[in-house]
Write a protein that binds this ligand. Structure first.
Ligand code: N01
Length: 499
């Protein structure tokens, strides 16, 4: 598809959020939209993260759309390939492929207050849109570590989310930097083929057992034939995961049984007391994302693996040198150091009513939005998975569906009331964020004794939602026009604003 000059709605990104938005807008008859996607396929993070062992740590029955359940998942925690294939299938089933302009990136979107439109520059040309909907996710831009000499390394070096499949790891000396959710899935795979693997750990994570199981054919048949059964599974998993909420958001000590399970996980796999001590976390479970694996600790205990806990001092053309002066020779370095989460790169590309970018707006106080979705000074902008919408315990798809419901009601209200632009009032946004940050003080993320990618440079958690997800859904169930400044649609409608 070619980029049109003008649309009612511009959706950026075709991962879970972008696809969900496109599907639901179509359902409402809001068909004048286009999705731009910088890559050449749909899938977002599930297209990009192709590292060996990539798998979802939220059960697939819940990590999928409520309106497009998939009875064909092969196991309770699906691998990346299945989730990506699922998203491709969803795009086909809902006839979206022709609505997506692939290979097209948003360069800049600038609000034009007179015409009540977003004027957007993309790598495929310009487009004018009444509303701008970002579905660019919080885990899409790899964050490379600033390690001295990293650019001088002569072997292969790549980020976990940009895996270089042309590099053969068989018989090589490999280093994995980081021990987060990506690394703990990569390490057991690399350990099996590498001659030697060094795992560079800065902070030991909590890793609980992963109760995975394959769905037998009969069970999949039942899920296909009896949709109520699939719904029941989904509901059961949802509530089981909400069970973590009190420990995460109210009383961190409630996580003690899970800490015990994780400690047993360590003791079962690792006999060496020194190694056990190195992998045992020193903060409360949940403070960083809780990881699930049955294979990580056995891999760490393997004879061809060294867990290196001395900080990295520098990288040379052929080695990693730690601060204790030891030089660790290496052929391939895998950088599993996470993503830009509290300084979203998309924020630099969106220019609001005052001529300031979202990034400038957020520079002093950190990211903030109203209901994680709309931002004062940025009319008709809807951010899917915006500030404080992230989840430490359950499926982000639930949150996305809640936000899309809010967007639909906003558009319905605008249509019915003849509004050309809506923007949350500064006071409403302030109140919302004060509530979020007040609540945040009780959470394990703020008082669990760790630093994590949930916290920004000011120590504020601008990533996660500090209550149950059903509360989030309830708060976004209706577009609350009274919290917004609304402008009547100007006589020059968006369709003539192209010129
Ligand atoms: O990234 P991370 P990730 N020198 O930021 C370390 C989702 N996800 O890609 O803990 C040395 O969690 C850093 O150390 P520390 C999930 O939401 C989901 O693994 O900061 N080390 C840490 O160990 C997840 O939370 C799935 O001290 C450095 C690691 O690198 C999110 O993605 C699967 C360093 C980064 O861990 C991100 O996970 C995979 C440095 N300079 C990912 N800088 C599912 O299954 C950082 N580190 C759904």
């Amino acid at each position: 598809m070619r980029l049109p000059q003008r649309v009612d709605h511009l959706i950026v990104g075709s991962g879970f959020a972008g696809l969900c938005t496109a599907i639901k807008l179509t359902e409402d008859g809001e068909t004048d939209f286009v999705v731009i996607e910088k890559a050449d396929d749909v899938g977002g993070t599930w297209r990009d993260n192709t590292y060996p062992g990539a798998c979802c740590d939220v059960p697939s029955q819940l990590y999928s759309f409520s309106f497009a359940r998939n009875p064909e998942w092969s196991s309770s925690y699906s691998p990346q390939s299945e989730i990506w294939a699922y998203l491709q299938q969803v795009a086909r089933d809902f006839d979206l492929t022709d609505r997506i302009v692939f290979g097209t990136e948003l360069v800049q979107a600038t609000w034009d207050d007179d015409a009540q439109v977003w004027r957007c520059r993309t790598t495929a040309g310009e487009v004018v849109a009444r509303t701008l909907i970002t579905g660019t996710g919080g885990l899409s831009e790899p964050r490379l570590p600033a390690i001295d000499g990293i650019e001088t390394f002569q072997g292969a070096l790549f980020h976990s989310a940009r895996w270089d499949h042309s590099v053969d790891l068989i018989g090589k000396r490999v280093a994995v930097i980081g021990t987060g959710a990506s690394a703990i899935q990569i390490v057991p795979e690399v350990q099996q083929v590498a001659a030697h693997l060094d795992v560079y750990q800065r902070t030991a994570p909590w890793v609980i057992p992963r109760n995975d199981r394959r769905y037998p054919r009969l069970e999949r048949l039942a899920l296909r034939r009896v949709p109520a059964l699939a719904k029941l599974y989904r509901t059961g998993i949802y509530w089981a995961h909400e069970g973590y909420v009190p420990a995460f958001t109210w009383q961190p000590r409630l996580g003690a049984p899970a800490e015990k399970a994780a400690t047993i996980n360590i003791h079962k796999a690792i006999k060496d007391p020194d190694l056990r001590a190195k992998v045992t976390p020193t903060f409360r479970l949940g403070c960083k994302r809780v990881l699930r694996s049955n294979t990580y600790y056995p891999a760490i205990a393997s004879p061809n693996v060294d867990l290196v806990t001395d900080p990295i001092a520098r990288i040379t053309p052929t080695s990693v040198v730690t601060r204790d002066g030891v030089e660790h020779p290496v052929d391939v370095i895998v950088v599993a150091t996470g993503f830009w989460t509290t300084e979203l790169p998309i924020a630099e590309r969106i220019v609001g009513r005052q001529g300031r970018t979202l990034a400038e707006e957020w520079a002093d106080g950190g990211m903030s939005a109203y209901k994680g979705t709309t931002v004062h000074g940025f009319p008709n902008l809807f951010m899917m998975t915006g500030p404080n919408t992230g989840q430490g315990h359950t499926s982000v798809v639930f949150v996305i569906e809640s936000q899309v419901a809010y967007l639909r009601d906003a558009l319905r209200t605008m249509r019915e009331q003849g509004y050309g632009a809506v923007e949350p009032r500064a006071a409403a946004q302030r109140r919302w964020n004060a509530m979020v940050q007040r609540r945040m003080k009780h959470t394990v993320w703020n008082r669990g004794g760790c630093s994590s990618w949930y916290l920004d440079a000011h120590g504020r958690n601008t990533v996660l939602w500090p209550k149950a997800t059903f509360t989030f859904r309830r708060k976004l169930a209706r577009f609350d026009a009274d919290a917004y400044d609304a402008q009547a649609a100007r006589p020059t409608p968006a369709r003539e604003a192209v010129a």
